[in-house]
Ligand binder design. Structure first.
Ligand SMILES: NC(=O)c1ccc[n+]([C@@H]2O[C@H](COP(=O)([O-])OP(=O)(O)OC[C@H]3O[C@@H](n4cnc5c(N)ncnc54)[C@H](O)[C@@H]3O)[C@@H](O)[C@H]2O)c1
Length: 330
């Protein structure tokens, strides 16, 4: 019996890329899936039922159950209809995965209002739009799993101000939902995924690879550490009963591994018995707060494990290993 037998899932953006792999994995583990996908271009333009239909066919081919939904997560009523469709078709809703996404990269000083709005509408408002009805249902039934895809860009990609803000907003909304819904047995976690999909093909360096090899990077990814399907096992675990105690966490997925990310923690503090002057604070910042350390910039992010040496890892068999940060004394 699969880990998700008897469960019903909604996967937004399930027609392509990382969402497609997640929809297939949830179905392979026994969940009945509503595969939502607008079939939009990378910039959010147009619509096409083809990608969702292709995922549906792949799920059916592996013996799973699914239906498609072609609505936009950016549309509040359409998002409500996704939850209704899950209830009407499969009689429940246990899992929501928000993987729909678009890109409109531009430096902050050149960004148009439309570029800002559409990216935030799909990623951040889209998450609210599905969570509003989904959490109402999950609160009643006292159970549910929410997995939201954010991005390492949440920590400040210079060329993606709209996307960075939306993804940081997703982390905040997920933390809030985790805190609000814990008492109803509902968990909310974030995954910062990676995978060479068309999103990565759109980067300028990918064009070079295409010119040199005749293939886009996404066409080289299958079975490699860059395969977008590598994200699905983590999401499937988080969607299962086995993850009942995993709540309010942020994971990153890259390569054949998963990183658990600590929430921001206090680094240093200055205090007085009375209020500070700006000059006094400036002096104390230089002399004490930042004297013995260099506060790290927001990026690069979650890749500090790349600096570990082979001795830092503990082998656990079957060519797998782990590393856990030792708790500091304080
Ligand atoms: N690929 C990566 O390396 C990477 C890195 C960090 C974060 N992410 C995030 O992972 C998620 C999936 O990305 P991907 O690389 O698989 O992208 P993708 O473009 O391959 O797939 C995204 C899907 O979302 C759909 N979509 C777009 N707007 C929609 C809307 N309004 N309503 C419903 N569906 C809509 C698209 O039609 C598309 O099929 C996104 O949230 C993305 O921001 C991806």
């Amino acid at each position: 019996m699969g880990m998700l037998e008897g469960k019903v899932a909604l996967v937004t953006g399930g027609g392509r890329g990382i969402g497609r792999g997640i929809a297939l994995s949830l179905a392979a583990s026994g969940a009945k899936v509503v595969v939502n996908d607008l079939g939009a271009g990378l910039a959010g333009d147009g619509r096409d039922s083809g990608p969702a239909e292709e995922t549906l066919a792949a799920i059916k081919a592996q013996g799973g159950k699914a239906v498609i939904n072609g609505g936009s997560v950016a549309d509040y009523d359409a998002a409500n209809a996704m939850i209704e469709q899950a209830l009407d078709t499969f009689g429940g809703l246990d899992i929501v995965v928000h993987a729909a996404g678009v890109l409109r990269d531009r430096m902050i000083f050149n960004m148009s209002e439309e570029e800002w709005d559409i990216v935030n509408a799909v990623h951040l408002k889209g998450l609210f739009n599905v969570l509003r009805p989904a959490t109402a249902r999950m609160r009643q039934q006292k159970g549910g799993r929410i997995i939201s895809l954010a991005s390492g860009s949440a920590y400040g990609d210079a060329g993606q101000p709209n996307y960075s803000a939306a993804k940081a907003g997703i982390i905040g909304l997920s933390y809030s939902t985790a805190n609000a819904m814990a008492k109803y047995g509902v968990t909310s976690n974030v995954v910062l995924p990676t995978g060479t999909t068309r999103m990565i093909d759109s980067k300028p360096e990918s064009k070079k690879i295409h010119d040199e090899t005749g293939k886009w990077p996404s066409e080289h990814a299958k079975g490699t550490p860059k395969d977008p399907d590598n994200v699905a096992p983590l999401v499937t675990f988080l969607a299962s009963d086995r993850a009942a105690s995993v709540n309010g966490q942020v994971f990153s997925s890259y390569g054949f591994g998963y990183t658990l990310i600590e929430p921001p923690r206090t680094l240093a503090r200055l205090e007085g018995d009375t209020a500070w002057t700006p000059e006094g604070l400036a002096n104390a910042y230089d002399s004490y707060m930042a004297a013995d350390m260099k506060p790290r910039p927001a990026m690069p992010f979650a890749r500090d494990v790349d600096d570990l040496t082979p001795e830092d890892w503990t082998e656990i068999g079957e060519k797998r290993r782990y590393w856990v940060r030792k708790e500091d004394s304080k």
